[in-house]
Write a protein that binds this ligand. Structure first.
Ligand code: PLP
Length: 445
């Protein structure tokens, strides 16, 4: 396996960058350097074109180097490169907040800006605790996440998250408990939403019985788990979580950092699966990945609670925010990105093409008996690969690296290959990626 790039980097430069979520030692021996991107393709240092089978990191549904975003960003840098995020405003943040709320389910119309998905999760969890205090229920502080959930790299995110490898090194986090995941036996190779697993929502009742609703602030789940393996919610599962949260006065937060803005063939995962939470965290696709930005959409009653109990009007209702909240360049990119999603009708496109996508990815079932499960929804798919040498991520890593050599970027996480092509992908590009993946999987059987 060789993908030696003609890098001019010195060893000192390679050593200086402690790369995130990367096997640094392996990478630095054999760097995979990307130099440019356009449309659905990267170009590496060797001048090879590489199909972007994960839309960046689930970020770039519009593809790369989108003229409308490029122009908006260039114009914004020249006009207002930064403005203080606290106590002063610029017009684009208000315009973007209104634009985002049009993508959100009805009632989730108060938007708090952050700089990333992790900050969005932190924001949602802090506001959940503060909300209950404002309501005179300050004992409601604990959180419930889910096994295999991913909610970012912050202390709060890893605490409510449920991917063991992301939790091993860090010791004590926030006080939080976990629902079981819904990737249950019997659902293998289901197309779309699986039939079994709804009953896993009942575990929330057990956690409530043990810890008492008076101590629980919020339940946080991804409507579709992305990094944990592209796990599609079973039919009725999210509805049941909603019912239980309502019955026990617990906030329900959907982490839609991956699923918001089209990936599911709907405006949000909430819309796709027909359940409205109390808050939605988002990031990634909001700016098409071009400039870091995140946000949380809260239902209006949460916002109103803070306004109604905020004290004198000059006082901060919420002492919370980030230097880069509502950064003007990110807002310009966000307005252009969401504008293009609408203008190009991309949510409908994903919806229209998802049956063909589903058929294509499920063809991999026949590729080899090391493919033990395939899951899909919208323009996302997860392919589980049987472990070798008791190392679940070894084969997926080898497969992903070989795909890179062949000119396709796909992501691996634990035992799963994740696929999420740009919304503008043509069927011929899907066919070519799936054929290459089938051949590669066979080779590793
Ligand atoms: C569901 C979910 N939440 C939160 C995050 C964290 O986002 P970020 O890496 O922008 O902090 C991610 C990142 O992949 C995610 O998938």
């Amino acid at each position: 396996m060789s993908h030696i790039a003609k890098s001019n980097l010195t060893q000192a430069q390679l050593d200086a960058h402690w790369m995130s979520y990367t096997g640094n030692r392996q990478f630095k021996k054999d760097p995979r350097i990307i130099v440019s991107a356009e449309g659905n393709y990267y170009t590496d240092l060797d001048g090879r074109k590489i199909f972007d089978g994960l839309s960046g990191l689930w970020t770039c549904g519009l593809g790369h180097s989108v003229p409308a975003i490029n122009e908006a960003v260039a114009q914004q840098v020249k006009t207002l490169d930064y403005s203080p995020a606290f106590q002063f405003g610029h017009e684009k943040s208000f315009q973007l907040a209104e634009q985002i709320s049009q993508f959100m389910p009805e009632g989730l119309n108060r938007i708090f800006f952050t700089g990333s998905g992790s900050e969005s999760v932190d924001t949602a969890l802090k506001i959940a605790r503060a909300y209950w205090r404002k309501k005179g229920m300050g004992t409601k502080t604990k959180f419930i996440g889910r096994a295999k959930g991913y909610h970012g790299a912050g202390i709060s995110g890893f605490s409510v998250g449920g991917i063991p490898a992301n939790r091993t090194l860090y010791g004590q986090g926030l006080e939080s408990y976990h629902l079981p995941h819904t990737q249950v036996a019997g659902n293998e190779f289901t197309k779309g939403m699986p039939d079994q697993g709804k009953e896993k929502a009942e575990e929330l009742l057990n956690l409530i019985a043990l810890h008492d609703a008076s101590n629980i602030a919020a339940v946080i789940v991804e409507p579709m788990s992305g990094s944990g393996g592209v796990i599609i919610p079973p039919k009725g599962y999210l509805q049941r979580l909603r019912e239980i949260c309502d019955q026990h006065n617990i906030l329900l937060i959907f982490d839609e950092v991956i699923t918001a803005f089209g990936r599911m063939g709907a405006k949000t995962g909430s819309e796709a699966f027909g359940v409205t939470p109390d808050a939605i965290t988002m990031a990634k696709q909001v700016t098409n990945g071009v400039i870091p930005m995140g946000a949380v959409a809260f239902k209006q009653e949460i916002y109103d609670t803070f306004m109604d109990t905020g004290g004198p009007e000059y006082m901060l209702e919420v002492p919370h925010g980030y230097t880069y909240s509502a950064h003007p360049i990110a807002c310009a990119a966000g307005l252009a990105s969401l504008g293009e999603i609408k203008k190009q009708g991309l949510i409908q496109r994903v919806n229209d093409m998802s049956p063909a996508w589903e058929n294509s990815v499920h063809q991999l079932k026949g590729a080899s008996d090391i493919v033990t499960d395939i899951r899909n929804y919208g323009f996302a798919a997860g392919i589980t690969i049987a472990p070798v040498d008791n190392e679940p991520s070894k084969r997926p890593f080898q497969i992903a690296m070989e795909m890179w050599d062949k000119g396709y970027y796909v992501r691996y996480g634990a035992d799963t290959i994740q696929l999420a092509p740009p919304f503008i992908t043509e069927q011929s590009e899907i066919d070519s990626m799936i054929n290459a993946l089938g051949d590669t999987i066979k080779k590793h059987s």
